[in-house]
Design a protein around this ligand. Sequence first.
Ligand code: DGL
Length: 276
Amino acid sequence: MQKELFCNAPIGVFDSGVGGLTVVREIMRQLPNERIVYFGDTARVPYGSKSRETVTRFSRQIVRFLQTQNVKAIVIACNTASAFALDELEKEVDIPIIGVVKPGARTALEATHNGKIGVIATEATIGSGIYKRYIEENNENVNVIGKACPLFVPLAEEGLWEDPVTDEIARRYLAELIDIDIDTLILGCTHYPLLRSTVAKIMGDKVTLVNPAYETARELKELLEKEGLESRKRPELGTELYQFFVSDAADKFQKFANSIIPYGILSAKVIHIDEY
Ligand code: DGL
């Protein structure tokens, strides 16, 4: 493909469901010239309670689908899939592919003063130990304490972002992180930024909350520039800037997406991801 055509190709972004839209929102802000093809695996969410093998198989199918859309780079906008599948997928594709874990870990390392970083994420991400390993490898004086918060995903998906039920559950999950005096907390699941105000209220203003989405979009920008792949002009009128695909329940996804990203999603299409 000619270089210019390739620069105008979209970026592929995927998640197990709607959580990755918090990353899409950030890419839209920081890279307004880029087209995006998003896939949310709404038929098979959650990934956070599944095995490495299953999450890697699902992620591989999604990458194959995104490649049929001629994407120029891929962002795994899911911590669980980044933790389990990124290393393998990197070896299998010949376009740049990044996850959300390393950018989030780097930001937390920059933010901490007392060397105590908390990570909240799915059971799979915490079980993989990826944040702990990555941060402690980069600075052995930093201590990382992980806490799985499995109920946060359904609460976020149900739209209960600020609700007494969410408040109560969050207080229970976060109590031990407050007790050990962390000063930085990574929102290590792409659904969790939706519950940010509840988490912030409970952790208090001495704790810096890290949303890996911001840093991921920044890393993507740097990567595209380094590879000479950035789109230099805004796509022409009529070009579909953002396209959304899901594996189930397109209407529900569309409604949800429209409530969290500042752009009218015209439609979300259902595809059979098992065929890829
Ligand atoms: N969005 C996923 C993540 O960042 C979590 C949701 C799920 O369990 O599928 O890990």
